[in-house]
Design a protein around this ligand. Structure first.
Ligand SMILES: Cc1cc2nc3c(=O)[nH]c(=O)nc-3n(C[C@H](O)[C@H](O)[C@H](O)COP(=O)(O)OP(=O)(O)OC[C@H]3O[C@@H](n4cnc5c(N)ncnc54)[C@H](O)[C@@H]3O)c2cc1C
Length: 297
């Protein structure tokens, strides 16, 4: 509850955040906007929140807000000034407030996760009170960063679990299936796929663990580039392991008789959501160039 107490007003905690933590309702995070708005570069933010009396009026369009169609409330990032660092504010918005329109659920290549789809929303003059501000006015970009680091790690944990499961299924299959007079497991090119997959999963696990340790020690700022490194590595590992799993299972791997094609369609988003590969690569490169990374921990 400490974090909730720090960032949210008492009415927001009572009405929304406590039922959320108890698992009674769901929420959605609304940062991304159609071009030319916020995406890989959040500073393109176009949704505005204009002061009106002691509250704000929010207007804009958001999309790819996972679960927004069924959410009880939205966390909306909106522009409150032109300040490049302190120009954004996060608001808690009732999903059913006047002016919030759920335009559609966007069809994607992946199956929905826990029945949540990526939604497109219009916010048309949505009125919120001063209590709706999370943290403080101008804190939006900072809070987004604070949220994204642990969020990336929870993605990594799920993705590593899925990659490990895929490797398990591959191991079982290649020991049974015979080609050219011996089990697939005895062909060295097959062994290479398994060895590379296992090594990449293990490396991703250590990166995730290291970053989580920094967070646990309160070193949030130091953890940021390591979270980019882990997110990048694990997302690519998951896609590569699933691609190899399809290959190792042959035609069955490509079919809906095996789980891999469905998992791959879901996994492909990992290289885009919460920042595409390239943006995380840029973050890591910046830290390398500045000599700020400790690679041997
Ligand atoms: C399944 C899924 C769920 C999502 N859930 C949410 C959510 O709940 N809430 C939310 O707000 N958003 C969500 N998103 C959106 C996601 O965070 C954005 O898609 C992501 O930040 C990229 O923004 P964009 O799609 O606008 O890509 P753009 O900003 O248009 O970028 C397009 C491409 O350009 C390239 N690129 C961008 N910048 C650089 C650079 N500096 N150097 C080199 N190449 C670059 C990358 O290849 C990038 O993929 C989700 C996306 C997906 C796919």
């Amino acid at each position: 509850m400490d974090l909730l107490a720090r960032v949210a007003s008492a009415p927001i905690r009572d009405r929304w955040l406590q039922p959320l933590v108890r698992g009674e309702i769901t929420s959605a995070f609304c940062m991304t906007e159609p071009a030319p708005g916020a995406g890989a570069d959040p500073s393109n933010l176009r949704t505005t929140a204009v002061r009106d009396g002691d509250g704000f009026v929010i207007s804009g369009r958001k999309w790819f807000s996972t679960g927004a169609g069924r959410a009880s409330f939205l966390v909306v990032l909106a522009r409150t000034s032109e300040d490049p660092r302190a120009g954004a504010t996060m608001f808690v918005v009732d999903r059913h407030a006047p002016g919030v329109e759920h335009v559609r659920d966007v069809e994607t290549m992946g199956p929905p996760l826990l029945a949540h789809r990526e939604a497109e929303l219009v916010l048309d003059g949505v009125r919120v009170g001063p209590d709706a501000v999370l943290g403080g006015v101008g804190e939006g970009f900072r809070l987004a960063q604070a949220r994204l680091v642990p969020a990336r790690l929870t993605h990594c944990m799920r993705w590593l679990g899925l990659a490990a499961r895929a490797l398990d299924l591959c191991r079982a299959y290649v020991r049974e299936r015979v080609s050219f007079g011996r089990p697939l497991a005895e062909h060295q090119l097959v062994q290479q796929k398994l060895a590379e997959g296992a090594s990449a999963v293990h490396a991703g696990n250590l990166m995730t663990l290291h970053c989580a340790t920094l967070l646990e020690r309160g070193l949030d700022k130091e953890a940021r580039p390591y979270s980019s490194m882990a997110k990048n590595h694990v997302a690519r590992t998951l896609c590569a392991v699933l691609d190899d799993a399809i290959q190792l299972h042959g035609a069955m791997g490509y079919s809906a008789d095996a789980p891999f094609e469905r998992w791959y369609r879901w996994a492909r988003a990992a290289r885009i959501a919460d920042g595409p590969d390239e943006v995380h690569t840029v973050v890591v490169a910046r830290e390398v160039l500045a000599g700020r990374l400790e690679l041997l921990v």
